[in-house]
Design a protein around this ligand. Structure first.
Ligand SMILES: Cc1cc2nc3c(=O)[nH]c(=O)nc-3n(C[C@H](O)[C@H](O)[C@H](O)COP(=O)(O)OP(=O)(O)OC[C@H]3O[C@@H](n4cnc5c(N)ncnc54)[C@H](O)[C@@H]3O)c2cc1C
Length: 271
């Protein structure tokens, strides 16, 4: 199962270890009992465990994802640490053409700081989006120019923006994902991270329907959040399209140093 998000992001479920029965039998071992198929009593038990914070049975099932998201979203995602294992692509060693997240809607600042942004875009949305596209393209050209000069990728990467996509493999327990999704599907979380949490939530709900419903409430992805997430589910196999520019292109590139449009510095309370 793979869900594409934005112009270059995705959530791909790679492996699932366990099922709703894993949760049930982790709990039933206390009485030296085992269920072979889920029945209504087992469903009731899962609800009871979730409702009363008996979390340890939810630690046993594990899921592995491959995720590609912009760095500014990954900064928030990686704050969830307990129960997660991650390995990320390293730009010390990899110098492929970077890809940047490009917004299409520049949400306006909300007077309420904690809200982060309004739904509505700024008045000159299209003009600024065009400038952002050019700015992102220029940073990639500059990066390629530094590499062509012989600068080490670990240094050249420093000029790449927070919007650059990063990719990682993540394995975590059912309990850990329930905690992350509970926090990041909340309307107070930034819209961009909610999209990724929504995709993970859909994948978890498919693999653990009973447990996920019990942990997340009646709906795995709250209707309001689901409506705001334009998810595209695809069964495509992930292929890393690596477009290496030839060295001659580096030298002939008509590079102009990126000039940032004069806009106020973004305030990001979340890391
Ligand atoms: C809407 C939103 C806004 C945010 N804004 C900010 C912000 O402005 N600045 C900022 O820095 N962060 C911010 N965060 C990040 C937040 O503070 C947490 O770091 C993040 O949500 C991960 O929480 P977690 O409980 O899943 O953490 P995990 O590290 O995964 O911990 C999971 C649980 O384990 C337990 N635990 C973990 N470590 C300890 C410990 N040392 N001692 C005792 N118990 C522990 C706690 O019960 C904890 O809830 C924000 C998060 C959200 C959702």
């Amino acid at each position: 199962m793979k869900v594409t998000i934005g112009n270059g992001g995705f959530v791909e479920r790679l492996e699932v270890f366990g099922s709703d029965l894993t949760v049930v039998n982790a709990a039933r071992v206390s009485f030296d009992k085992e269920s072979l198929v889920m029945d209504p009593r087992d469903e009731k038990l899962v609800s009871y465990l979730a409702k009363h914070g008996h979390n340890s049975p939810f630690f046993h099932p594990q899921v592995r994802f491959r995720i590609r998201m912009p760095i500014f979203v990954a900064r928030e995602w990686f704050r969830h640490t307990v129960g997660f294992a991650r390995n990320e692509v390293s730009r010390r060693y990899v110098d492929d053409e970077p890809e940047n997240w490009i917004p299409t809607v520049l949400r306006a600042r909300d007077a309420n700081k904690k809200q982060g942004s309004k739904e509505e875009p700024i008045a000159n949305n299209s003009e600024r989006v065009e400038q952002i596209q050019k700015y992102m393209k220029d940073t990639v050209t500059f990066y390629n120019l530094l590499l062509a000069d012989g600068v080490a990728p670990e240094i050249a990467r420093a000029i790449l923006p927070q919007a650059m996509y990063t990719e990682f493999i993540e394995t975590a327990s059912l309990a850990a994902y329930a905690r992350l999704c509970g926090l990041r599907l909340d309307p107070h979380a930034q819209a961009e991270i909610r999209e990724f949490a929504g995709a993970v939530s859909a994948a978890m709900s498919e693999a653990f329907p009973v447990s996920w419903r019990a942990l997340m409430g009646t709906e795995a992805v709250p209707a309001a959040v689901a409506a705001a997430i334009p998810l595209t589910v695809t069964t495509e196999v992930v292929t890393n399209v690596k477009t290496a520019a030839s060295p001659s292109e580096f030298f002939t590139a008509d590079f102009t140093a990126p000039t940032a449009p004069s806009v106020p510095t973004a305030h990001t309370p979340d890391t």
